[in-house]
Design a protein around this ligand. Structure first.
Ligand code: NAP
Length: 307
C-alpha cells in the first residue's frame, strides 16, 4: 500500500509529542510537509502559512490540524475547500456551529473530516464500554484534577475566549463519558474564573441522563502533586473506575485487563480507514456539553492566576 502524504499544521506540543511520532510509525501515512509560523520539522517541506502550502503542494491530500481551536476553523475551511482530507485535534472548534459548518463543507467537497477525541482511544475505554453493556448505571462521578503549570506552560491561548480554560482537559473526560454511557445533558455548572483571566480554572458540572442517573464532574487546574483523571461509574453490578485518563480500569477495586496503549496510532489508523471509506467522523457531543455549561454556568470570581 502506498502511504498517503500528509502535512502537520501547527508544530507545537501535541504535534511534537504525538502526531509526528505516530505518523512516523504509520504505514498508512507519510509526512510530506509541515506548516507553522515558528516551528519546523526536519527533512520535509516547511511552510509558514497554510494557503501557500495548499497552493504549492497539491500532491498532499491530507492535513492534520494541530493548532489551538481558535485559528483552526479558518485553516480547516481552506484545506477542505482545497479538497484535502482534514484531521482536527480536539476540541474540534470553538463553537458547535462552526464544527457543523465544517461538516457540511467536507460533505460538499467530498472529503473526509475527522474530529478526533484522543482519550476515546485510551486502552481501557473500549473495555469499559463493553463491561457497562446491559448494566444499570446509578451514578457517575468524574474527577479531573491537574496542574496547569505542568501541562500547559506558556500557553497563553488556553486562557483566551475560545481557549476553553480547564475545559481543555475536562473535555477529554466528557469525550470518554459520551462514548461509554447513554446520552447526558447539562443541568448546572459553576465556573471559577481567575480575576485576570477569561476562562475557568475550576469547574463543577452537573449532568443528567434520560436513563435516570446523574453525573457530577469536577475539573480543576490547581492540583499540585499527584494528578487525578478518574471516572467512577456505580452500577447494579458494581463500581467501575477508569483511572489515569482511561488508561486503567477496575471493578470493585479489582484491576481488569485493558487494551494496548496506542491513542494517536489509533487515531491515524481510523483517519486512514475514514479516507478509504469516503466517510467523516464528527461527534460534537462532548463540545455540546461544554457549550451548555457556559450557557447555564454561574461564574465565580477567584484569585488571579500567575504562571
Ligand atoms: P501549543 O503547544 O501551543 O501548539 C500549538 C501550535 O499551533 C503552536 O506552536 C503554533 O505554532 C500554532 N498556532 C497557529 N496559530 C496559533 C495561534 N493563533 N495561537 C497559538 N498557536 C498557534 O498547543 P498544544 O498543546 O500542542 O495544543 C494544540 C491543540 O492540541 C489544542 O487544541 C489542544 O487541546 C490539543 N491537545 C493538546 C495536548 C497536550 O498535551 N498539549 C493533548 C491533546 C490535545 P506556530 O506559532 O509555529 O504557528
Amino acid at each position: 500500500m502506498t502511504p498517503t502524504r500528509i502535512a502537520v499544521v501547527g508544530v507545537g506540543k501535541i504535534a511534537r509529542d504525538q502526531h509526528l511520532p505516530s505518523i512516523a510509525r504509520s504505514s498508512a501515512f507519510e509526512l510530506a510537509a509541515a506548516v507553522s509560523r515558528h516551528g519546523s520539522v526536519d527533512g520535509v517541506d516547511n511552510f509558514t502559512d497554510i494557503e501557500t502550502f495548499l497552493k504549492e503542494r497539491r500532491d498532499v491530500p491530507a492535513v492534520a490540524l494541530c493548532a489551538p481551536p481558535m485559528p483552526r476553523y479558518d485553516m480547516a475551511v481552506s484545506a477542505l475547500k482545497a479538497g484535502r482530507h482534514v484531521l482536527l485535534e480536539k476540541p474540534p472548534g470553538t463553537t458547535v456551529g462552526e464544527v457543523e459548518a465544517l461538516t457540511e463543507l467536507a460533505r460538499e467537497h467530498g472529503v473526509s473530516l475527522f474530529a478526533t477525541w484522543h482519550s476515546r482511544f485510551a486502552p481501557a475505554v473500549e473495555p469499559a464500554r463493553q463491561w457497562l453493556f446491559g448494566k444499570t448505571i446509578r451514578h457517575v462521578e468524574i474527577v479531573w484534577k491537574e496542574d496547569v503549570r505542568r501541562w500547559h506552560p506558556g500557553q497563553a491561548w488556553i486562557w483566551e475566549a475560545g481557549g476553553f480554560g480547564v475545559f481543555d482537559p475536562g473535555i477529554n473526560a466528557l469525550s470518554i463519558l459520551t462514548a461509554i454511557v447513554p446520552s447526558v445533558f447539562v443541568t448546572g455548572a459553576s465556573l471559577e474564573v481567575p480575576e485576570n483571566r477569561k476562562m475557568p480554572i475550576g469547574v463543577e458540572l452537573s449532568m443528567k441522563s434520560l436513563a435516570g442517573f446523574d453525573v457530577d464532574a469536577v475539573f480543576d487546574w490547581r492540583q499540585e502533586g499527584p494528578q487525578t483523571w478518574e471516572i467512577r461509574i456505580d452500577t447494579d453490578a458494581g463500581a467501575l473506575v477508569l483511572a489515569d485518563g482511561g488508561s486503567r480500569m477496575s471493578v470493585d477495586g479489582e484491576a481488569r485487563p485493558d487494551g494496548l496503549e496506542a491513542e494517536y496510532d489509533g487515531i491515524y489508523e481510523r483517519f486512514a480507514a475514514l479516507m478509504k471509506a469516503g466517510k467523516s467522523d464528527v461527534d460534537i457531543a462532548p463540545l455540546k456539553l461544554v457549550a451548555d455549561a457556559f450557557l447555564v454556568g454561574r461564574q465565580v470570581d477567584v484569585e488571579p492566576f500567575h504562571e
